[in-house]
Design a binder for this molecule. Structure first.
Ligand code: ADP
Ligand code: MG
Length: 349
């Protein structure tokens, strides 16, 4: 449905967004994830038609809608927008906010408002004013309002970040369900990896104005292409490694890897859940337990390696570890990266 080709935007000497290529299918949920200042909002505004690209084009069903100038103005794109600050009209009641963009006869509009208030589970607030309802309720109403004109695409810029943690999780689930129910394609911009992972079908990872990786949330988590991506999406342990005597020397001991990988490997990355800990006598240990955080379903164990490095291990709380336990620690899955921080392999799967 939407395609961006070689899209770029600069403000004076600041290159906010560079060479973005992306496509979005109908009904698809895409998230754009990256640290603050990496160009996410700029990209969203380019798609919305609120900014003129400095390079490249935006297409809608194969027709150019933004290029050297805005060809199809934002109000005619049928895109709904939801921002962090909710932006409800303060002088309009909840139902008038939702009805604002609805189209059709008076009766059709009323029906749409009713249907949407049911969908966001807030029909009882219809006559309230925005200041009389909570932040989470305001955000649901903002979603209902954005959906009222039956948009083809919803664009959301950090929509949950003004809400507290618990509420954010619940609202994220609810809004995802509501949008899936309406069948509307969605682009979510966020700096929160958990939000991006749980919300979207596909993710674009951005760094310094560029897309550095694209894939499903699990692909990006399991196969990060750079050291940076490995720690931006999920928890990662990084350990220095060295190729010597035809094997890879690591703080966890010697590992067998093909020489073409081993020779260039400088860092190994291990997810906390990919370590295995065994209780062993001190003389066979390669690590010592330094901390244990029990959080119900998960136990996080800090282990100091004999080499001096320390790592975080997470696992089931079945067997609880204690401080100063001697352990043999091995990595059941790891990835190697070269001196530029780029991924070399995926062994063992
Ligand atoms: P993000 O949403 O990822 O935090 P933005 O897209 O808001 O990032 O900003 C990307 C870069 O572009 C930043 O360096 C920001 O300062 C700059 N920028 C964004 N909007 C403007 C603007 N209107 N004028 C000048 N610089 C801008
Ligand atoms: Mg932003």
């Amino acid at each position: 449905m939407i395609e961006c080709r070689n899209l770029g935007k600069s403000y004076g000497t600041v290159q906010a967004v560079t060479e973005i290529n992306l496509s979005l299918d109908e009904h698809e949920f895409l998230s754009i994830l990256g640290p603050s200042g990496c160009g996410k909002s700029t990209l969203l505004r380019l798609i919305a038609g609120l900014e003129v690209p400095s390079q490249g084009q935006v297409f809608l069903h194969g027709q150019e809608i933004s290029g050297r100038k805005i060809i199809l103005p934002p109000e005619r794109r049928k895109f709904g927008m939801i921002f962090q600050d909710f932006a409800l009209f303060p002088h309009l009641s909840v139902k008038d906010n939702v009805g604002y963009g609805a189209t059709g006869s008076k009766k059709e509009k009323q029906q749409r408002v009713h249907e949407l208030l049911e969908l966001v589970s807030l029909p009882h607030l219809a006559t309230k004013m925005p200041h009389q309802i909570s932040g989470g309720e305001q955000q649901r109403i903002a979603v209902a309002r954005a959906l009222a004109p039956r948009p083809r695409l919803i664009l959301m810029d950090e929509p949950f970040s003004n809400l507290d943690y618990q509420l954010r999780q619940q609202l994220r689930r609810d809004i995802r369900e509501i949008l899936k129910h309406e069948g509307v394609a969605t682009v979510l911009v966020t700096h929160d990896q958990v939000e991006a992972i749980t919300f979207s079908d596909r993710m674009l990872l951005m760094q310094k104005g560029k897309v550095v990786q694209e894939g499903t949330p699990s692909e990006i988590y399991q196969n990060p292409q750079t050291i940076w991506a490995s720690s931006f999406v999920g928890e990662a342990n990084h350990l220095p490694v060295e190729w010597q005597n035809d094997s890879l020397q690591t703080p966890l001991g010697e590992l067998n890897v093909p020489s073409e990988i081993g020779m260039n490997a400088r860092i190994m990355m291990v997810r906390p859940e990919d370590f295995k800990l065994e209780s062993v006598p001190a003389d066979q240990a390669n690590g010592i337990v330094k901390s244990v955080d029990f959080s119900g379903s998960v136990q996080t164990v800090g282990v100091a390696l004999k080499s001096g490095a320390s790592v975080q291990v997470s696992g089931s709380p079945h067997l609880l570890w204690n401080q100063d336990d001697s352990v043999k620690i091995t990595a059941e899955r790891y990835l190697c990266f070269n001196s530029s921080g780029n991924r070399l392999n995926g062994i063992p799967e």
